[in-house]
Design a protein around this ligand. Structure first.
Ligand SMILES: [Fe+2]
Length: 316
């Protein structure tokens, strides 16, 4: 049986990709950001997922204002990097997992989430930047460490899906993954955000208090987040802060109670707050900390166990 072992939240700021591609990672401004992902890359190397499902939004690369699916699942065998105006990023073509993706499409659609199926799709920085942050730099001639199933969400044209809808889709994706017969270790990414606004009189808006609350609740109390209306994201986190609903798909695919493995937050990257979190499932096959203490037996149980041992010795 396939199982989701962990969820990863990560901003997908395009300038981070440009800094990596142009060899600026050691410059102090960018080093502050890349160094925040070093532990995450070590965690990813140790976790070694077989497949990653990456929830992201397309920025008018694969789609345009003429056609914007609310949820679009990539079922192709590969996804080339898109030309976003200055040529495709120098990263490898992303290999898909058509068998698992088709299985997810069938399971989720029969669960009444009407995904658009994409058998051909290019992917932009929304997906490839978080891949770099978690997998590290990979030469164009190389290969990403695991296949990826892209899930593109409309957060660029009103109305985007609600947080509740996103969370419930995450639940349906988890059910789909767990009904896939092959023994696969799967991680799921939620990308975008955190608070930012790129145009208009409030351009440059960043709300660290809102972002921190969001990360706290994502970890411990996601039910609080799924009730937040769009207008609150707009008001508090800026026009592009609505990207944060995509993190709720990731969170919906996890256990109710998770272990927060790692968190990183810094301001700014370009004009965006950068947020990152790793949440591990505790259940079967979860990627929660191996050092988590075993539950202690109560003193009553210990006394009964000692009494049984004494009886066994006497019988022996
Ligand atoms: Fe974005």
């Amino acid at each position: 049986m396939a199982r989701i072992v962990a969820g990863i939240g990560s901003s997908h700021v395009p300038a981070i990709g440009a800094a990596l591609d142009n060899g600026k990672t050691e410059e102090p401004y960018w080093k502050r950001i890349f160094s925040g992902f070093e532990k995450s890359q070590a965690w990813m190397r140790e976790t070694k997922p077989d497949v990653a499902i990456i929830v992201y939004n397309d920025h008018a690369s694969a789609f345009s204002v003429e056609m914007i699916p609310t949820f679009a699942l990539g079922c192709a065998a590969e996804f080339p990097p898109a030309d976003e105006g200055w040529g495709p990023r120098p990263v490898p073509v992303v290999q898909g997992h058509p068998a698992l993706a088709s299985h997810i499409a069938q399971s989720v659609i029969l669960d009444e989430f009407d995904l658009t199926i994409c058998n051909k799709m290019e992917v932009d920085h929304g997906m490839t930047v978080p891949m770099n942050l978690l997998f590290g730099k990979v030469e164009k001639s190389g290969q990403w460490p695991c296949p990826v199933i892209p899930l593109a969400v409309n957060v660029v044209m009103y109305p985007p899906p609600t947080g509740h809808r996103c969370y419930m889709l995450g639940r349906a994706i988890r059910k789909a993954v767990e009904s896939y017969p092959e023994d696969l270790k799967v991680v799921i990414f939620g990308t975008g955000g955190l608070s930012h606004q790129i145009s208009g009189p409030r351009a440059g808006l960043i709300n660290s208090k809102w972002d921190t609350n969001f990360l706290d609740n994502l970890s411990k109390n996601p039910q609080k987040l799924i009730k937040i209306p769009h207008i609150d994201y707009m008001r508090e986190a800026g026009a592009e802060g609505i990207e944060m609903v995509m993190w709720l798909i990731m969170r919906g695919a996890l256990d109710d109670k998770v272990d927060e493995v790692y968190r990183f937050y810094t301001v700014p990257a370009s004009n965006t707050a950068v947020g990152h979190i790793i949440l591990a499932n505790r259940g079967r096959g979860g990627a929660a900390r191996k050092s988590r203490a075993k539950p202690k037996r109560s003193s009553g149980k210990l006394k009964r166990a000692a009494a049984r041992a004494r009886v066994d010795r006497l019988r022996g």
